[in-house]
Write a protein that binds this ligand. Sequence first.
Ligand code: ADP
Length: 332
Amino acid sequence: MIEISGLTKTYGTATVLDGIDLRVDDAQIGAIVGPSGAGKSTLSRCINLLERPTSGSVTVNGLDLARLRSRELRTARRQIGTVFQSANLLRRLTAAQNIALPMRHAGLPDDELRARVAELLERVGMLHRANHYPSQLSGGQRQRIGIARGLALRPSVLLSDEATSGLDPDTTAAILSLLRELRTDLGVTILVITHEMDVVRSVADVVFQLDHGRIVEHGAVADVVRRSDSSLSRALLPLPAAAAADERRTWTVRYEDARVNPLWLSQATAELGAPIAILAALVEEAGHTTVGRLTLGIDPALDPHKVTSTLGRHGLTAEHHLRPLAPEEVVA
Ligand code: ADP
């Protein structure tokens, strides 16, 4: 578990992080998102204590790392393993030697070290590449080695700092699937810092949106995507393209697979006594659930409250847009 409380970082007169509070439990994946310049890299460096926060605490398993003196900090920092963008492997060392490096620095005996390296290589599916040099590995393979190195000292928290940036979609998917496995199998807390919303949608349990050095919105991904009035929700699940064009004359509807009545379309049509046109649809996996957004065209003569309540009874959250559909625009 990692808990960050009141974390502030200033450089001279510039406040880059301003009272950050966040918590991610064991066996959970938390994502920190935000636009360029929001403070993500600074937060990452304050979490793994490459930089000291100006004030506030970074608590891992009950120990406030930000308060420790340098010597204690060196040991305590092992609680947090970091995976960087493009892995940052040492070019002159093999995959196995790169993974061994933190253990060598920590003074692990040779036999223990060798066994642990083999275990980690196997864990990330790279046993067959143990003696390859970084230049002989693909981007995804290098990132697997980076993850193994991040796990070398059995950290409680694995911090992934833009670890999938620059990887192609298939490789990204494979790395994210590995992170999910690690969360489940090892119970490790994973913090993913990313600017990619696809990454959040596919891997995170909880999400924190950083902007101008503050957390402006946060929550369980499954809850956030159901919010109707939220910029984070819109960023996670953008409106289908047709909705953007037709926004003023339509309804936007959200639903969660587990809660929606599968027969909603035919039943709501019967109850409203009017056809419902599905103009656009977007269905995504997010936070262990399937969520969707639909853009619907419904007869504008109907009372909006009746439409909202009818759809609501079937498990859909509906928002009305300004200009109603003209009757001739409604297609069944
Ligand atoms: P992100 O990773 O979200 O793009 P950064 O953490 O890199 O954001 O930067 C956040 C803000 O902090 C930026 O305005 C940047 O210029 C400023 N900043 C980052 N590091 C320093 C530093 N060492 N000194 C002064 N300003 C910094």
